[in-house]
Design a protein around this ligand. Sequence first.
Ligand SMILES: Nc1ncnc2c1ncn2[C@@H]1O[C@H](COP(=O)(O)OP(=O)(O)OP(=O)(O)O)[C@@H](O)[C@H]1O
Length: 556
Amino acid sequence: MPIDIDAGSPSVPPNAGTRTLSIIITNTLRFLSCNPSVKSAFRVMSESTNSSIFVLLDGKEAYLRITEDCLVLQYAHEDEPRQCKTFQICPPSICICRSKKRTRPRAVMLRDILWAEASNGTLEINYAKHTSKTEVAPATRKYQLMFDNQSGAQMWIEQLLEASYGKSLQRKRLKVLINPFSGPGNANTVWKIHANPLFLAAHVTLSITHTKYREHAITIAEELDIDAYDAIVCVSGDGLPHEVFNGLAKRKDARKALKVPVVLLPGGSGNGMTMSTFGTPTVSHAALAMIKGIYTPIDLCSVTQGSKRTLSFLTQSFGIIADCDLGTEGLRWAGGQRFVMGLVQRVLGLKVYPCDVAVKIIDSDKDTIKRKIKYDVRKQFNTKEDGDATEGIPDLAFGTVQDPVPSDWTVVKYEDLTNFYAGKCPWVSMDSCFFPAAITDDGLLDLVIVRAPKSHQSSVSADGSHSALLPPPAGRWQSIKYLTATEEGGKHFNMDCVSYLKVAGFRLTPRKREGYVSIDGEPILHEAFQVEVHQALGATLTVDGKFYQGHSQTWP
Ligand SMILES: Nc1ncnc2c1ncn2[C@@H]1O[C@H](COP(=O)(O)OP(=O)(O)OP(=O)(O)O)[C@@H](O)[C@H]1O
């Protein structure tokens, strides 16, 4: 819950253990401080403990105290202990009892603190103020320091920023790429209004470039001085991060270059990367999450088609999703509803996409996949990892689409396939969580397969044994249900008509000129393509070192 240092807040979030100890210590100190003879000694002692700093606010004596997750403002005149349900005496600022009478503390969450500095006896704190349910904006509070002790204040500020940033790098150096034409064409405006002010308040260093033509981001990433930046920020749809990864991959020092985290501020129509990394659809919240973001290694995939090799970070799609994404140009007049109208047309018509598929299956049991997501423990870094500056992207473990299919891959000929959708990020757009079990760096792709009802000729499995590749057919109603369930954070995972597998690679060969092939939402040729995963080849920033996984966050 957002807590506003100006307006007061419902409560300081409970942390019972530390809180109890803190209450006992603070009560004792507060009790002593009520005695005028020990008052000044108490102040000096508190100042030197450096979790509190004494200030004057509107001429009143107060102090700012760093707790486990908040910065709390306490007026000195509020210090009298009072009767409290939970503890016999409890200073109002830290009372956790449910009494309606309790005095509310003035606090700001540490995760919202952007920057602090002191000069000429004034302490200035920048923080992200929750201006509405969906937005944050920078705000500043100024306090007069009661003791003009610059080095003491500096120590306290360092402690505050350390507590506020945790494992995240302070004052990141960001290369910002804005695509002025992405989505509805307002990336530049949303950057200026919702993101730039927060970055400035956090004293982030910004180098901003507007992309000028198609694939400009590839060239920029190819030529970037990677040592000068802590992250590359795309203000766009998912198309620009796709280009940045591919630009970095073209370099001779690709292994090192791909260790620079790539992040997305939602400015386009897809924006699946923002939801996956920061769990929010709004630009200002994503900007705040980016400022406080933790370095997170992610898998990238190689896609080979003909003699061409490209990197993919998000999805590879054949069937209804790619078709609705790329094959609904005729419905452009419908704006944002284009995709939905395309879906309805295809679901009602039970459109199928015949193809041959070969898959390197790792897990096809949903319970096992669910269990593994719970052991999703990973390294967290506060600086970018070192990659080898002399190495390009890794060799392909399974060869290219032009090589023979590896002998241990399972082969299926589909006549009735409606959806073949593989992904590395949980969210494929702001509201659709197709891959709730996707993990940042497990070295595996999540694969969803859906088939049409029996009116179509059945699919044939080469070894006849892999039922996970041949889910029960989904009729019109079930197709609508599972597609809707992706918008409930990924609830389609449990549906019988949806196969959900973890795979290390696959090859797909379309059999008729039906539909589209899409990589990260961008079209490629309607030809055979092969995909394999490179574990932790790339990097991004996330809130806590993991993807936001939607519905699966609540799996038991
Ligand atoms: N100045 C420019 N003029 C024309 N095209 C550009 C320009 N800058 C970038 N592009 C191209 O725009 C395409 C789409 O980019 P982006 O993903 O940002 O937008 P989008 O419309 O939201 O797409 P998506 O639907 O994939 O989210 C990319 O192929 C990129 O190369």
